[in-house]
Ligand binder design. Structure first.
Ligand SMILES: Cc1cc2nc3c(=O)[nH]c(=O)nc-3n(C[C@H](O)[C@H](O)[C@H](O)COP(=O)(O)OP(=O)(O)OC[C@H]3O[C@@H](n4cnc5c(N)ncnc54)[C@H](O)[C@@H]3O)c2cc1C
Length: 474
C-alpha cells in the first residue's frame, strides 16, 4: 500500500487550487485561418456535459475575448463500428440534462442525431463554416482521435483540442509511465502546482439565436430514437440510465452510502464500488467533481485514499498509456519480460479451448466466468473483481494470446458501456502483464500473474451478484 495520501489536498482546493487549469492541455490540431465567424463552437465528443468542463471553459474564454457567443454541438454517429442500441440509448439519455444546463449557462446547445451514414455526413462542417474556431475534447483512444484529426484536416476554421481528462494533463508526464508506482510518485510531486478545477466561466455574449443548418434533437424518447437509427439493434439497452442527472444521483448515493468501507469491500461485494465507470467514460461527470465529492466527504481517510487511488492514479495511468503509446490496442506495448515469457509458453497445451461463440454466449464449464460474462451481456459492465478473472481465463482458453486479446477488446466494444476507454485497454493489457510484475512461472502464462476461479469464488459473494443479474427487469 502506498504511503501517499490525498487528504492534504483538501486545504489546497479550499485555498483555490493551483492557478492555470489550461496549462499543457490545449493544442491546435489544424483547420483554415480564422475568418470573421459568428460564434465559437464547442464540439462535445468525450465530455458530454456542460458543467465542470475544462474544454467548454476554454471555448467560453476564447468567445468572450472575441466578443462572440458559444454554440455547443453534440452528436452521435450511427456509422462507427459497434454502434448499437445500448450505447445510443445511454448517450441520448443525457441530452435533456444538457439542454437544461445550456439554458442555465446562457449557451446555445444543439444535439444532432443522424439516423444514417448519409445524414451524418457534413453536419459539423456546416456548423463550423460559420464559426471563428472549434474547440473539442482530446481523448487518447478509440475513433475520437482519428475523428478529430480527420475533421481538422479539412475544417473551414481552426480546431483546438483540450485535454480535460484528468486531474493532471496527459502531457505533464512527458513520456510513458511504466507502472502505478512511477506515475503516483510523479503525480504527488505535481498536484500542488497542477490540481486546479474548471472555473465554470459564464459567457459574456449570446446565446446565439439565429437558425443553424442542422436539426436539433431535444432528448425526447431516447430508446425509441435509438431504435430508429441504422445501428445494431441486437445489443439491447442496459437497465441503468445514462446522462448527467443519473450520474450525479449515483455519485451522491455512492459518497453517502458506500464510500465508507470502500477500502475493505471494493474487491468483494457486488455493488460496493461507485459503478461510475460508464458515466466517466461518456464524460457525464468530470474527474474533478468526483474527486472533490470524495475528498470532502465524511468517510474515513483510508476509504477516501483508496477510492482516489483508483479514480486518479489508476485511471490516469491508463490515459498515460494510450496517450504515449500509439500501439495501445495491441500486445506490442507489453513490457519485454511479458512478451518474452508469453512467447516461451506459446506452444503450451490449452485445454479446454472455447470458440468465440461459446465465450460470447457465456457457455463455458466455469460458472464463475459465465457469471462475469452474463454481467457484461446484461448490465454492460463486468463486476469489478471478476474483470481480472474474466480476462485471465480467456487467455487460458484461447489458441493464442493475440486471439485472446482481440476477443476481450471485441467484447468490450460490443457490450460494455464503459468500453472503448483507456481503462479498457489498460485493464485488458494488465491481464497480459502490463503495469504488473513477473510472478511464479506456470504453464501458458509463464511469469504473467495467474488467477484461479476457485480463489475468486472464495473472495466474492457470487450468489448476490447472480441474483442481481438474473432479477433485472428491462
Ligand atoms: C479485464 C479488465 C477490463 C477492464 N475494462 C474496463 C473498461 O472497459 N472500462 C473501465 O472504465 N475500466 C475497466 N477496467 C478497470 C476497472 O476494473 C474498472 O474501472 C472498475 O471496475 C469500474 O468500476 P467502478 O466504477 O465501480 O470502480 P471504482 O472502484 O468505484 O473506481 C472509480 C473509478 O476509478 C477508475 N478505476 C477503478 N479501477 C481502475 C483500474 N484498475 N484501472 C483504471 N481505472 C480504474 C474508474 O474510472 C472507476 O470508475 C478493466 C479492468 C480489467 C482487469
Amino acid at each position: 500500500m502506498s504511503s501517499h495520501t490525498f487528504i492534504p489536498f483538501r486545504r489546497h482546493l479550499e485555498n483555490g487550487g493551483a492557478k492555470g487549469v489550461l496549462r499543457d492541455r490545449v493544442e491546435y490540431v489544424g483547420g483554415a485561418n480564422p475568418g470573421d465567424g459568428e460564434y465559437v463552437v464547442y464540439w462535445a465528443q468525450s465530455s458530454r456535459r456542460l458543467r465542470s468542463n475544462i474544454a467548454l471553459d476554454y471555448a467560453i474564454s476564447r468567445a468572450n475575448a472575441e466578443g462572440l457567443p458559444v454554440v455547443v454541438y453534440e452528436s452521435l454517429r450511427p456509422d462507427y463500428s459497434s454502434a448499437n442500441d445500448r450505447i445510443h440509448s445511454f448517450v441520448l439519455e443525457g441530452v435533456v440534462a444538457n439542454h437544461h444546463d445550456a439554458l442555465k449557462r446562457g449557451l446555445r446547445y444543439l444535439f444532432y442525431l443522424p439516423r444514417t451514414r448519409d445524414e451524418a455526413r457534413g453536419a459539423l462542417g456546416r456548423i463550423a463554416s460559420r464559426a471563428r474556431l472549434v474547440v473539442t475534447d482530446e481523448f487518447p483512444t478509440f475513433s475520437l482521435r482519428e475523428q478529430t484529426r480527420s475533421f481538422a484536416s479539412t475544417s473551414p476554421c481552426p480546431v483546438f483540442t483540450v485535454d480535460g481528462n484528468g486531474i493532471l494533463p496527459m502531457r505533464v508526464f512527458g513520456k510513458e509511465q511504466y507502472g502505478a508506482t512511477q506515475l503516483r510518485d510523479r503525480a504527488f510531486r505535481l498536484f500542488a502546482d497542477r490540481w486546479d478545477e474548471p472555473p465554470e466561466l459564464m459567457p459574456k455574449y449570446g446565446p446565439f439565436e439565429s437558425e443553424l443548418d442542422v436539426p436539433n434533437y431535444n432528448g425526447a424518447n431516447p430508446r425509441a430514437n435509438a431504435a430508429s437509427c441504422a445501428i445494431d439493434h441486437s445489443v439491447m439497452a442496459v437497465p441503468s440510465i445514462g446522462g448527467r442527472d443519473e450520474a450525479l444521483r449515483r455519485l451522491d448515493r455512492f459518497v453517502r452510502e458506500k464510500l465508507c468501507g470502500y477500502a475493505g469491500h471494493r474487491s468483494r461485494e457486488a455493488d460496493h464500488t461507485s459503478e461510475l465507470s460508464p458515466y466517466l467514460h461518456f464524460g457525464f461527470l468530470s474527474v474533478h467533481e468526483v474527486a472533490r465529492r470524495a475528498l470532502f466527504s465524511s468517510a474515513p481517510e483510508e476509504d477516501i485514499d483508496a477510492f482516489l487511488e483508483q479514480l486518479i492514479i489508476r485511471r490516469e495511468l491508463s490515459f498515460n498509456l494510450c496517450f504515449y503509446r500509439e500501439d495501445h490496442a495491441s500486445l506490442d506495448c507489453l513490457p519485454d519480460w511479458a512478451k518474452k515469457t508469453l512467447a516461451e509458453h506459446a506452444d503450451d497445451r490449452r485445454q479446454p479451448l472455447y470458440s468465440w461463440d461459446a465465450l460470447e454466449r457465456a457457455a463455458t464449464e466455469d460458472e464463475v466466468w459465465n457469471l462475469a460474462q452474463r454481467g457484461l451481456l446484461r448490465l454492460g459492465t463486468i463486476h469489478n473483481y471478476l474483470r481480472m478473472l474474466w480476462g485471465k481465463k480467456v487467455i487460458e482458453w484461447s489458441r493464442t494470446t493475440d486471439e485472446a486479446h482481440a476477443f476481450m477488446l471485441a467484447m468490450h466494444d460490443k457490450y460494455a458501456i464503459d468500453g472503448r476507454d483507456p481503462n479498457t485497454h489498460a485493464g485488458v493489457l494488465w491481464c497480459f502483464g502490463k503495469h504488473d510484475r513477473p510472478w511464479r512461472e506456470r504453464p501458458i502464462f509463464g511469469k504473467v500473474r495467474y488467477l484461479a476461479s476457485e480463489s475468486t469464488k472464495r473472495k466474492i459473494d457470487l450468489e448476490a451478484y447472480a441474483r442481481r443479474i438474473d432479477t433485472l427487469t428491462f
